[in-house]
Design a protein around this ligand. Structure first.
Ligand code: HEM
Length: 398
């Protein structure tokens, strides 16, 4: 089978290359991706595609470091101080400091606000008139949610969302993307300073003032800036892909849509299936701290190892009929939110957002119709829809 350049964003322009990964899982589960003209640093990397192997790599953070080069194919700029690009014990300290803001109790408090937001967004949609679901709904709610969490004033939110879009659209690791990320950093400095002076009832204020009982210092400015530059895209981009991709999956599987409508008790497992199905955070990279052997392949110390959650979440050895979208799937040990010490900090928030959006969509509309071509991000790390033209007939009176 012809190989796909996984370091090239355009290889993902029609969605995830599932066929190629099914082939890798079967024939070359630990595959050496030779460098191409698009591969950062001209350095090849390993591609791990089977569920069990991806789980093993996630769990063994001592051998597979996030700190040595970050979590993407190119070396991350935040390596060594941005939460997701640190190893324990440094990672633990950072994580403990920000964790308070993401406890279920804190996230639960947001539900009423998010539901109101969602209703407000849906109020703006005219039944029968085609609109693009991605910017109107899927992008909007996660952006608002993360901005509420960070206590960002309403008038700044659209611009920040726009910067995040530009950074993602510019392609991973590109100089232009880094310029946009710097703009986020500059904004972070201003808002952190403000929360330091005038703490408010938001999670960013909690994080800025967080202090551990063991006496570790509070987060410094660089750590706070890095955390902000991580949280905004992490919160705004991934959940959007699950919401948009989840709706497409329900439309393309009308039986599942009806099943969910008639049994709202299935919402919890539907949310998990949507995350498995869409796996918006597609791969992670680690760097080996020692020579090892994985499925007979010798991996040398200091090499890049990529683990593909999307592929793992379609592994036929772990999931019964993995290419079937099944809102009642049980068991469903998907790893869409990662695993181990770096398990997604925002998982509870993402689950809440997805649930609220689908509850509101189902309550309001009897049907959903796709009325044009879908478009995808040119990005190998955050695969998701950028365009979903939709029409919603009004709900039939019941
Ligand atoms: C469907 C939506 C989401 C998906 C699929 C997702 C996926 C992931 C994955 C796979 C990781 C593991 C990273 C690694 O091992 O290197 C992760 C980490 C993380 N996520 Fe999410 N995420 C989602 C939503 C969110 C949201 C809404 C937020 C923000 C509030 C968020 C914040 C983070 C942070 C801060 C980390 C780093 C945690 C650490 O390194 O300890 N995520 N996410």
């Amino acid at each position: 089978m012809e190989s796909v350049d996984l370091s090239y964003g355009r290889s993902f322009a029609n969605g995830f290359p599932h066929e190629f990964f099914s082939h890798l899982r079967r024939e070359a589960p630990v595959w050496w991706h030779a460098p191409t003209e698009y591969t950062p640093g001209g350095e090849g990397f390993w591609v791990v595609s089977r569920y069990n192997d991806v789980v093993d790599v996630f769990k063994d953070a001592e051998t597979f470091s996030s700190e040595l080069g970050g979590t993407q194919i190119f070396d991350g700029r935040g390596a060594g101080y941005q939460l997701n690009q640190t190893d324990d014990p440094k990672h633990r300290r950072l994580r403990d400091l920000v964790n308070t803001g993401f406890l279920p109790r804190m996230i639960g408090r947001l539900e009423a606000q998010l539901r109101e937001r969602t209703r407000h967004i849906l109020d703006g949609i005219s039944p029968e008139e085609p609109f693009d679901f991605v910017p109107t709904v899927a992008r909007e709610l996660p952006l608002q949610a993360i901005c509420i969490i960070l206590g960002i004033p309403q008038e700044d939110r659209e611009e920040l969302g726009h910067i995040v879009d530009l950074a993602i659209g510019a392609g991973t690791g590109e100089a232009l993307a880094l310029e946009h990320i710097k703009r986020l950093g500059a904004y972070a400095d201003r808002i952190v300073e403000q929360k330091r002076r005038e703490p408010a009832d938001d999670i960013l204020s909690v994080i800025v003032h967080a202090q551990l009982e063991d006496g570790s210092p509070q987060l410094d400015n660089r750590e706070l800036r890095a955390f902000f530059a991580l949280l905004l895209p992490a919160g705004a981009e991934t959940t959007r892909s699950s919401i948009a991709g989840g709706l497409v999956a329900l439309i393309e599987n009308p039986h599942e849509l009806e099943r969910l409508r008639s049994d709202p008790g299935l919402m919890k497992s539907a949310v998990e299936e949507i995350v498995r199905w869409t796996s918006p955070s597609v791969y992670k990279r680690r760097t080996t701290t020692r020579d090892i052997e994985l499925r007979g392949q010798r991996i040398r110390q200091g090499q890049k190892v990529t683990i593909w959650e999307m592929s793992a979440n379609r592994d036929e050895d772990e999931f019964v009929d993995p290419f079937r979208f099944d809102i009642g799937r049980s068991p469903n040990f998907h790893i869409g939110f990662g695993l181990g010490t770096h398990f997604c900090l925002g998982a509870n928030l993402a689950r809440l957002e997805i649930r609220v959006v689908f509850e509101e969509l189902l309550a309001r509309y009897a049907d959903f119709e796709i009325v044009g071509d879908l478009e995808w991000t040119n990005n190998n790390r955050l695969v998701g829809l950028t365009r979903l033209p939709l029409r919603v007939p009004p709900r039939a009176a019941s």
